[in-house]
Design a binder for this molecule. Structure first.
Ligand code: ASP
Length: 296
């Protein structure tokens, strides 16, 4: 069993996923358990309930899940008022159509399936929004999508959940719910997921690219490093200024990798009992083990 997930906010969620798998439940139960833990935490402002709002002060959420056995996926985008969007996305997997629904349609689908409509904007998020509307300079700040991949029992599943970029334009959707850039899983190869500025991640179809590199024989760490570096350098060649992007991935054997074009990118891994917190440096060439503040 290997579970890998972005950012230090995943620490408790990875423990939850590990325990769900140990109880013999499905990989989908485990990955949604991991992500629901973050979605429902009012202190984590980039995902689910208490997410950062868009420029109009509304929280619009994106999420997706992909089943590597069938390549089926479910995705929602710009969905309001539902605390756990990844669980809504899960219900869309395997349907012949309607795998990706957005906005009011996504909310309607969630309500029809027993989810409760709730206010997502909390006081701290609202206070930051009110302050920010006077100073609209750094749209990129406050983005930390949870993206997770699990390889267990011959299956690979990937999933994401995010409130997207803080102060994004109403209706803006990033990479996170998109199969290809934001996540990809194929149980014959492995899975990958990305976090960072979605507009750049989409330019490189980053998660699919990593799975393809693993298919060609690269280890997950080589594939993650190469995909991130290639996109970063390609953007520079094209006179673009690359923004932050980071990835985690696992192959079907359970070997894992991570890479980023940031100085440091934190992520969480579990390959058995212990849940470990690492920081990736130098385009995934160095993984430094650290102590995690959420290890309680
Ligand atoms: N990728 C997300 C987006 O562009 C944000 C993030 O990962 O932090 O919406």
């Amino acid at each position: 069993m290997t579970i890998i997930s972005t950012w230090e906010i995943s620490f408790q969620g990875v423990k939850i996923a590990r325990d769900i798998l140990k109880e013999g439940k499905s990989v989908e139960d485990a990955i949604c358990g991991l992500i629901n833990d973050i979605e429902l935490n009012p202190d984590f402002h980039n995902v689910g309930y208490s997410g950062w709002p868009n420029e109009e002060g509304d929280v619009e959420l994106d999420a997706a899940i992909m089943d590597g056995d069938t390549l089926s996926f479910g995705a929602v985008a710009s969905m309001r008022n539902i605390k756990t969007p990844v669980s809504v996305a899960r219900l869309l997997v395997g349907r012949p159509y309607d795998n990706f629904i957005v906005g009011d349609g996504a909310l309607q689908f969630a309500l029809e399936n027993g989810f409760k409509s709730e206010e997502l904007l909390t006081e701290p998020a609202k206070a930051r929004w009110l302050q920010k509307i006077h100073d609209m300079t750094d749209l990129d700040k406050g983005h930390d999508t949870v993206g997770s991949v699990i390889a267990s029992g011959g299956r690979v599943v990937a999933a994401t959940s995010t409130s997207g970029l803080f102060m994004k334009r109403k209706g803006r959707v990033g990479d996170s719910p998109l199969v290809g850039p934001g996540l990809y899983a194929d149980s014959e190869i492995g899975g990958a997921t990305a976090t960072g500025v979605g507009e750049d991640i989409m330019k490189g179809t980053l998660s699919f690219q990593i799975v393809n590199l693993m298919k060609s024989g690269m280890s997950p760490s080589e594939a993650a490093g190469k995909a991130v570096k290639d996109l970063h350098e390609n953007l520079i060649r094209k006179n673009q200024k690359p923004r932050d992007f980071s990835v985690v991935c696992v192959n079907k054997e359970g070997e894992w990798g991570a890479a980023s074009n940031r100085d440091e990118f934190p992520f969480v891994v579990c390959t058995g009992d212990e849940v470990e917190y690492y920081v990736s440096k130098d385009f995934g060439k160095v993984y430094e083990k650290r102590k995690n503040q959420y290890d309680i």
